[in-house]
Write a protein that binds this ligand. Structure first.
Ligand code: NAI
Length: 418
């Protein structure tokens, strides 16, 4: 078996943590049991490019239980949990190409390694794998019947390929399922981003001015949780609707240039480029902390920060202190990469349970419908979303009401008014 991981001896620790996560992923477990019996992915070669975490390990186990021949590489150089990679190789015989801290060159070598597997289905998080299949390795895309995309930024990139008419296989936008982004992006990113900032710095949130860039699903989650911890939260936005929503949710909203002067902690979750840049660094307070939870490390203009600094040193494992010409120090967390995955463990398993149940059922959907799907970006079918919501509620022991016959009829009618 071909693989590239840090150290196989880390496997026992990884196994325990994967089991721990699995206990909080009842929906995915149900799917794994069904898949083991029905083998809907029998013989299907799947290459995945995902954060190598305990939750991903359980998705890989599920796909394999369904009969798939799976391989995995990292979707970010800093998010790999080396013990998980070791356990997947050693105990579950799933080839992994991922080492925490790998450089850009190795990162792309690993993506190329999973393409060498000659996949029929691909699973991506951020669309780096799929974009290589549309550029440097176009010929390998011919056998692919479809792919799934996990995150907002990836879906944006793939819709751009589709809009230009150059997408060469169908995509299911897993991110856009309600049981994904309404929970994973909001509650998952909300909690784990704060977890990452805390683990990196051990600062007190209460009383701090926390500036959140972007009030989308992730931003809402972070802002609400930071507020709950006693922080004074400021939102910066470019979309008037989102800004209005933030105001009515009780947050202060202002341009970033103003927020830059008062913020103690900054976190970007926009999916955009150079949100925090030179003009903002120049007016920040001494000791300001910068973090990012958006998919790529481009939301903070790090080259500009480097250029305007006279000194740089590492002060804690995930903290780099930049001293500017004016003497102010700015602290950058986790090299501007997803702070929740680099400095903490990413989303809690119970929320990834739904995201990855969507992935598993979407793989089955692609396999079943490969003859009719066109080369465009599809939503996750509503039946899959509904099934996952029902299973999740059931796993939590929560029951809900059913419409009566009279209500069903009323909700479909126009005749009854005042
Ligand atoms: P979203 O589209 O719901 O929200 C993004 C928000 O940022 C929008 O409201 C947009 O108006 C705003 N925005 C864009 N440019 C801006 C700028 N220059 N200044 C201020 N606001 C700006 O997207 P979502 O789902 O919240 O995702 C955001 C990012 O987080 C994406 O890159 C996504 O891939 C990533 N993500 C990261 C996760 C993690 O584990 N860290 C988990 C899920 C998503």
């Amino acid at each position: 078996m071909n693989y590239d991981i840090k150290d196989k001896k880390l496997a026992p620790e990884g196994k325990l943590r994967i089991e721990w996560a699995d206990n909080q992923m009842p929906v995915l477990k149900t799917m794994r049991e069904d898949f083991s019996k029905e083998k809907p992915l029998d013989g299907v070669k799947i290459s995945a490019c995902l954060h190598v975490t305990t939750e991903t390990a359980n998705l890989m186990r599920t796909l394999k239980a369904g009969g798939a021949d799976v391989v995995l590489c990292a979707s970010n150089p800093l998010s790999t949990q080396d013990d998980v990679a070791a356990c997947l190789v050693e105990d579950y015989k799933i080839p992994v190409f991922a080492i925490n801290g790998e450089g850009n060159e190795t990162y792309y070598q690993h993506i190329n390694a999973v393409i060498d597997h000659k996949p029929v289905i691909v699973v991506d998080d951020g669309a780096d794998l799929i974009s290589i299949l549309h550029s440097k390795r176009k010929s390998e895309a011919a056998n692919i019947i479809g792919g799934m995309e996990e995150t907002t930024t990836g879906v944006i990139r793939l819709k751009s390929l589709s809009d230009r008419g150059i997408l060469t296989f169908p995509i299911v936008a897993v991110n856009d399922a309600n049981t994904k982004h309404l929970f994973d992006n909001r509650y998952g990113t909300g909690q784990s981003t704060i977890d990452g900032i805390l683990r990196a710095t051990n600062i007190l949130f209460a009383g701090k001015v926390v500036v959140v860039g972007g009030y989308g699903w992730c931003g809402r989650g972070i802002a609400t949780r930071a507020k709950g911890m006693g922080a004074n939260v400021v939102i910066v936005e470019v979309d008037p609707l989102k800004a209005l929503e933030a105001v009515m949710d009780g947050f202060r909203v202002m341009p970033l240039l103003e927020a830059a002067k008062i913020g103690d902690i900054f976190t970007t979750v926009t999916g955009d480029i150079h949100v925090l840049r030179k003009e903002h660094f120049e007016v920040m307070k001494d000791g300001a902390i910068l973090s990012n939870s958006g998919h790529f490390n481009v939301e903070i203009d790090i080259p500009a920060l480097e250029k305007m600094s006279k000194k740089k040193r590492k002060t804690r494992k995930f903290v780099e202190e930049f001293t500017l010409a004016n003497g102010n120090r700015i602290n950058l967390l986790a090299e501007g990469r997803l702070v929740n995955l680099a400095a903490a463990e990413g989303h809690p398993a119970s929320v990834m349970d739904m995201s990855f149940a969507n992935q598993a059922l979407s793989a089955e959907f692609i396999k079943r419908n490969s003859k009719v799907l066109e080369n465009k970006v599809y939503s996750v079918p509503t039946e899959i979303d509904d099934k996952i919501a029902k299973l999740k509620l059931a796993s939590m022991g929560i029951k809900i009401d059913k419409l009566t016959k009279e209500q069903e009829k009323y909700l479909k009618s126009w005749e009854i008014g005042t």
